[in-house]
Design a protein around this ligand. Structure first.
Ligand code: PAF
Length: 290
């Protein structure tokens, strides 16, 4: 596995990897890699001739009062995981490599970025879309892999790729969960043992609503109420909504199209997000890999 820190080195290394017509798979990350990232890497190595992983804690997607400074890092562990998993190229840029002095051009994701997390994290999706667009231009991957846990992020990125004619296929990989159902996230590192157990109530609520959906319940407010029966007692809920899977807008009428139940909630001081695609069933929720 080769390590590169500059865009110039990255471009040369990717060009070499591409020789012989290999497809390039790309897994952009902010590091502190866990089994969720491993499942993205596994998909990439299975589907592409070469896999590039980036680790960059992107400052522009953090708000002023968020956890940029204390975001968990473990570069040695991350490198070992990538090596074990057969990653070909690891891109480890520093901030000035991505945002040189005078940087001022951004990608504005528009309506998809407004509800849900967008409402509580102003500018977050601008930061995500901008850095992902830059990384796509740097790596020029054929396929790029993202986790379903960040459902709104995947919708924003898919729309950006479509709207800006980026020649990359976005693959969304199902969420990987702990045995108790908690969605894997680097931010789980902030949870105490007791909070970690409590946090399982989030997925339990989502699964209960999904079971009701599969039994025929279609009213968004009843599905939300069912989820909140489990989520509210264990957390402070920021939002819990049934949304259209394509455009992330809340559904107010009975569900008549592909939809997801999405939530963000604080367990202690840790903000967690999770979702289920309604009707998908428990097997997919629990199996983890795609
Ligand atoms: O999902 C993440 O880890 C980040 O939002 C991403 C896509 C790597 C952009 O910084």
């Amino acid at each position: 596995m080769r390590l590169v820190r500059s865009v110039a080195e990255l471009r040369i290394a990717v060009r070499t990897l591409r020789e012989g017509g290999k497809r390039i798979g790309f897994v952009p990350t902010m590091g502190f890699l866990h089994e969720g990232h491993a499942s993205l890497i596994r998909q990439s190595t299975a589907r592409c001739g070469a896999t590039v992983v980036s680790i960059f804690v992107n400052p522009t997607q953090f708000g002023p009062n968020e956890d940029l400074a204390k975001y968990p890092r473990d570069l040695e562990g991350d490198q070992n995981l990538c090596l074990r998993m057969g990653v070909d190229l690891l891109f480890l840029p520093e901030v000035p490599e991505i945002y040189p002095t005078g940087f001022s051009t951004t990608v504005e994701p528009g309506r998809l970025a407004e509800p849900l997390c967008g409402q509580f994290r102003p500018g977050h999706f601008r930061g995500v879309a901008t850095v992902v667009a830059k990384l796509f231009h740097m790596v020029e991957p054929d396929l790029a892999f993202f986790g379903q846990k960040d459902l709104q992020q995947t919708a924003v990125i898919r729309r950006m790729v479509r709207d800006l004619d980026m020649p990359v296929e976005v693959i969304v990989v199902p969420t990987v969960r702990e045995a108790g159902g908690l969605a894997l996230s680097s931010r789980n590192a902030y949870l105490s043992t007791e909070e970690r157990q409590r946090a399982c109530g989030i997925s339990q609520g989502l699964f209960a609503a999904d079971a009701a959906y599969r039994a025929g319940e279609r009213h968004p407010e009843r599905l939300v109420a069912l989820a909140l029966e489990r989520i509210r007692p264990i957390s402070s809920v920021q939002y819990c909504e049934v949304v259209d899977l394509q455009d992330m807008q809340p559904l107010l009428r009975p569900v008549d199209r592909p939809a997801a139940l999405v939530t963000a909630a604080f367990v202690g001081s840790t903000r967690l997000i999770d979702n289920v695609i309604l009707g998908q069933g428990p097997d997919l929720h629990e199996s983890g890999t795609g």
